[in-house]
Design a protein around this ligand. Structure first.
Ligand code: UD1
Length: 436
């Protein structure tokens, strides 16, 4: 069983670079399939979800090689339009390949997707967009069969700004016949990045970063080299980790503007923050001397507070000072980590979509179970503010999105390690140490 061990109550200090963004990398890898040629992505994080997406791309006929953090995808030949079920259940975002395969091959087959256990996560908006663009979709035994005579530009109006459905619609529209208008689009920075990559490849997308995207279909794309930006969720996780342990740190390689709402929470809780947004040299510096105060926060689509940082923030407030409250409005079952935090002594009451947190310091080290990616990272944060040793079992969930959480926190002086090195599948520069 994969396990992370955290010895708490050591202040952090130091400087680290932030890995490339998972949520930017995955749709960009899907975008490469639209092009009958080569796409090179730099700063790709060596995380399980990326290896899973590589597995899917290979299974449909692409050639992929990851050298350090540079991923080369050659999608000259596509031999298969079925997304294998084992990948779909492992990673929900693989469903965006449907629009890509329809654009490229006019057919796609996929099961209902999996991912973290954080609520129902339907794909109705994805299917709505594909249907509007001229796709017939049939469902048999949980398997979706999609076919089109050729995708057509269309008007799509989303009733909710879903990140995945917006990406699906953008990817499908790039090679469609005519113009597509997407209204009610999600505005997460990762969508802006996807659109910028696609424009580099020759797509014609305007309205980037707004909720209205206009896409003029093109016949073909071209070879491209593109840099993946730093991961704002990983940066937010480490920001809260420093606040949980106390101390000061510099986090490099992210775009500070993407973390506006997160910075606001950190300041409200008592942290001092400085940042610089210099091309190629951006950083944030966090410093905190007292226990962080409890605050009131509501998760919502970007530019609101990200649901992916809800569990890490809950862990931080649990080890803080005074009372706080979090309202989760994006995923209905995302409070699962509260139960594990309680094992560490946290005082958290859940009522429907609200978690009331009464700060308690220090927490006490115990054995806990990671149940999902961000929830697992939250337990590491709690462990930093707990007396004794916290054992986080099932830590493989964390490897879906964090390249080397222990290595990064060790570089800041944390006493945190993988119980057994072989359990961490991907080394920063080396190869995958186990087959997935
Ligand atoms: C993406 C991110 C994930 C983040 C989430 C919200 C990736 C790979 N993942 O996930 O880390 O937590 O955005 O910021 O980028 N919904 C529907 N119908 C649909 C699609 C979504 O009702 O067809 C609902 C979902 O159930 C959920 C909400 O919309 O309640 C948000 O989901 P969505 O924005 O689609 O998240 P993902 O793209 O899955």
């Amino acid at each position: 069983m994969s396990e992370i061990l955290v010895e708490g109550l050591h202040r952090l200090r130091g400087e680290i670079g932030i890995q490339g963004s998972k949520n930017a990398a995955l749709p960009m890898m899907a975008a490469a399939v639209l092009h009958k040629g080569m796409t090179v992505l730099n700063n790709v994080p060596r995380i399980q979800d990326v290896f899973c997406m590589m597995g899917i791309l290979k299974s449909i006929g692409c050639k992929c090689s990851l050298d350090g953090h540079t991923l080369t995808i050659d999608a000259s030949e596509i031999s298969q339009t079925q997304i294998p079920r084992e990948f779909l259940t492992a990673m929900r975002s693989s469903v965006i390949l449907m629009g890509v395969l329809l654009g490229r091959c006019r057919e796609a087959q996929a099961g209902y997707p999996g991912g973290c256990t954080i609520g129902k996560r339907p794909i109705d908006l994805h299917l709505y967009a594909l249907k509007e663009m001229g796709t017939q979709i049939r469902e048999t035994d949980g398997e979706l069969y999609a076919r089109t005579e050729g995708l057509k530009g269309s008007e799509i109006l989303f009733s909710y700004p879903s990140v995945g459905a917006t990406e699906q619609a953008v990817l499908a529209a790039v090679l469609a016949d005519g113009a597509t208008l997407i209204q009610g689009a999600a505005r997460e920075p990762e969508i802006g990045n996807l659109c910028r990559l696609l424009n580099h490849m020759g797509a014609k997308i305007s309205g980037i970063e707004s909720d209205t995207l206009r896409i003029k279909g093109v016949n073909e794309l071209k070879d491209t080299v593109y840099d993946i930006p730093g991961d704002r969720i990983v940066a937010g996780t480490y920001l809260y980790a420093v606040m949980a342990a106390g101390g000061e740190a510099v986090l490099r390689g992210i775009c500070p503007a993407e973390l506006n709402r997160v910075f606001q929470t950190a300041r409200q809780m008592g942290a001092k923050l400085e940042w610089e947004n210099l091309p190629g040299a951006s950083f944030i510096k966090v410093q905190i001397n007292d226990r962080p105060d409890g605050i009131w926060v509501k998760t919502s689509p970007y530019p609101g507070f990200p649901t992916d940082l809800q569990s890490p923030l809950m862990a931080l407030m649990a080890a803080g000072n005074g009372n706080g409250e979090i309202r989760e409005t994006v995923f209905e079952e995302r409070f699962g980590t509260a139960e594990e935090l309680r094992k560490l002594g946290a005082r958290i009451e859940i009522q429907k979509d609200r978690a009331r947190i009464h700060g308690m310091y220090p927490l006490r080290g115990e054995t806990v179970q990671a149940a999902d990616l961000r929830g697992g990272a939250a337990l590491v944060i709690a462990g930093l503010a707990a007396e004794g040793v916290t054992k986080i079992q099932n830590s493989h969930h964390i490897f879906r999105g964090y390249e080397d959480i222990c290595g990064d926190l060790q570089a800041l002086g944390a006493r945190v390690r993988y119980k057994d090195l072989i359990q961490r599948p991907y080394t920063k520069t080396g190869e995958c140490t186990r087959n997935l």
